[in-house]
Ligand binder design. Structure first.
Ligand SMILES: NC(=O)C1=CN([C@@H]2O[C@H](COP(=O)(O)OP(=O)(O)OC[C@H]3O[C@@H](n4cnc5c(N)ncnc54)[C@H](OP(=O)(O)O)[C@@H]3O)[C@@H](O)[C@H]2O)C=CC1
Ligand SMILES: CC(=O)N[C@@H](CCC(=O)OP(=O)(O)O)C(=O)O
Length: 346
C-alpha cells in the first residue's frame, strides 16, 4: 500500500483523482490539498464524497507533504508545481504534475506560450513526458512525471502511428478538437457560465493555443523532425469529453488494411487504446468516465488526405486517469489497476 497526496484536490482534475484513487486497492490518500478550503471537510466541497471521505482539506505545503507520502500529484494551475518543487522533495517522493510545467523541453517555449517565468528549469530535462503508451519504460524510472494535456493526449495518440511510420506528411497536419467545459476547470469564469456555454459552440485560442507546441514537440520526436501544425480547440456544451479530428496528406497510396495494420502495430496490445471497427467514428459518450482512447481513420482518395479521429474523457485519460496510469508504472502496479472503468452510457 502506498500513500498519496494531492495538491489541488478540490479542482476538477484533482476531484477526479480522488474518485479514482479511492477505488485503487494499493493507494491511500493522505492529503487533500486546496487553496480556498483549508480546514474544511473535503466532502463539504464535494458532497458526492459524503461518508466516503472524512478528511479535512490541507494547504499546498509540499515539503511537509513529502514526509508523509510516497507520491504527490499536483493538479494545480500552471507554474505552481515548479514553484514548490525542490531536491529534498524529489529525494523522498515521486511527483506527478498534471499541469504543463514540465511538459515542454525548451524553457523558452514554455515561457513564450504560458507567459510565466519557469521557477524550476533545472528539472525540465529529467522530467518524463507521461504519455504511457509511448514513454512507458522512461516513466517507470522517473522522479517527475509531466502528465500530458487533455487535447494533446487525444491528438497525439490519434496521429502517432501514422506520423511514426511516415505515412502522412506532418507539415500538412490540421487538428480540430472539441472539449467539454470541465476542461476549463472549476474556477468561476464568465466564458464558462451556463448561458455562455449552453446551446453554443465556439473556437478559441485560434493559432495561439498552448497545446500546439506540446503536440508539435511530441509528434516531432515520432517524425524525427520538427514541424508546425494548425491546432484549433473548440468549447462545446457538454461536461466531459474531447473529440479530435485530424487531417493530413498521405505520403503514398495506401489501403484501409495497410493503415489499420499500422494502428494495430502500435495499439493492439494497449489496454487503453481501442482502434474501432471500419467506418465507426469515435464518440465522446463511448469513453465517458473511462481511461479509454478510441481512435479510427478514413482515407479520402479524392483529396489524398487521411482523416484521423480520437475521443477521450478529458478528466480521465486526459488528466486523472493518465496520472494514475503513470503512478501504476512508477510503483510497479498493474498498469490498469484502478482503471478498469467501463464507460458510462448514456
Ligand atoms: N480540467 C481538465 O480537463 C484538465 C486539467 N489539467 C490540468 O490540471 C490542473 C488543474 O486543472 P483543473 O482541475 O481543471 O483546475 P481547477 O481550477 O478546477 O482546480 C485548480 C486546483 O488548484 C488549486 N489551487 C489553485 N491555486 C492554488 C495555490 N496557489 N495553491 C494551492 N492550490 C491551488 C485549487 O484549489 P481551491 O479551488 O481549493 O482554491 C484547485 O484545487 C491544471 O494545471 C490543468 O491544466 C490537465 C488535463 C485536463
Ligand atoms: C476547455 C478548456 O478550456 N480546456 C483547457 C485545456 C485543459 C487541459 O487539459 O490542459 P492543461 O492541462 O494543459 O491545462 C484549455 O483550453 O486551456
Amino acid at each position: 500500500m502506498i500513500k498519496a497526496g494531492i495538491i489541488g484536490a478540490t479542482g476538477y482534475a484533482g476531484g477526479e483523482l480522488v474518485r479514482l484513487l479511492l477505488n485503487h486497492k494499493d493507494v491511500e490518500i493522505k492529503w487533500y490539498g486546496s487553496r480556498s478550503y483549508i480546514d474544511k471537510k473535503y466532502y463539504e466541497v464535494y458532497q458526492n464524497m459524503f461518508q466516503l471521505v472524512d478528511d479535512k482539506c490541507m494547504d499546498d505545503n509540499m515539503d511537509a507533504l513529502a514526509d508523509q507520502v510516497d507520491v504527490i500529484f499536483t493538479a494545480t494551475p500552471q507554474g505552481l508545481c515548479a514553484s514548490l518543487i525542490n531536491e529534498e522533495i524529489l529525494s523522498k517522493v515521486k511527483v506527478i504534475d498534471l499541469s504543463a510545467d514540465f511538459r515542454l523541453k525548451d524553457v523558452k517555449v514554455y515561457e513564450e506560450w504560458y507567459k510565466i517565468e519557469h521557477k524550476a528549469p533545472q528539472y525540465i530535462d529529467e522530467a518524463v513526458y507521461g504519455l504511457c503508451e509511448i514513454n512507458r519504460e522512461q516513466v517507470k524510472k522517473a522522479r517527475i512525471v509531466a502528465n500530458p494535456g487533455c487535447y494533446t493526449t487525444c491528438s497525439i495518440l490519434t496521429c502517432y502511428p501514422l506520423v511514426k511510420e511516415g505515412l502522412i506528411d506532418p507539415s500538412t497536419l490540421i487538428i480540430d478538437a472539441k472539449s467539454g467545459t470541465s476542461g476549463a476547470g472549476r474556477g468561476a469564469k464568465i466564458d464558462n457560465l451556463f448561458c455562455e456555454v449552453n446551446e453554443n459552440m465556439k473556437a478559441y485560442g485560434v493559432a495561439t493555443h498552448r497545446h500546439t507546441p506540446e503536440i508539435e514537440e511530441q509528434l516531432g520526436y515520432a517524425a524525427g523532425k520538427q514541424f508546425c501544425i494548425n491546432f484549433t480547440p473548440h468549447l462545446v456544451p457538454m461536461n466531459r469529453g474531447i473529440l479530435a479530428t485530424a487531417y493530413a496528406t498521405l505520403t503514398k497510396d495506401v489501403s484501409y488494411e495497410e493503415v489499420k495494420a499500422v494502428y494495430d502495430k502500435y495499439y493492439k496490445d494497449e489496454y487503453f487504446v481501442r482502434v474501432l471497427d471500419k467506418d465507426v467514428c469515435p464518440q465522446t459518450k463511448w469513453v465517458e468516465g473511462s481511461n479509454f482512447v478510441d481512435v479510427n481513420f478514413k482515407i479520402d482518395k479524392r483529396t489524398n488526405r487521411i482523416i484521423m479521429m480520437g475521443a477521450i474523457d478529458n478528466l480521465v485519460k486526459g488528466a486523472a486517469g493518465q496520472a494514475v496510469q503513470n503512478m501504476n508504472l512508477l510503483f510497479g502496479f498493474e498498469e490498469n489497476e484502478g482503471l478498469k472503468l467501463v464507460p458510462m452510457f448514456p
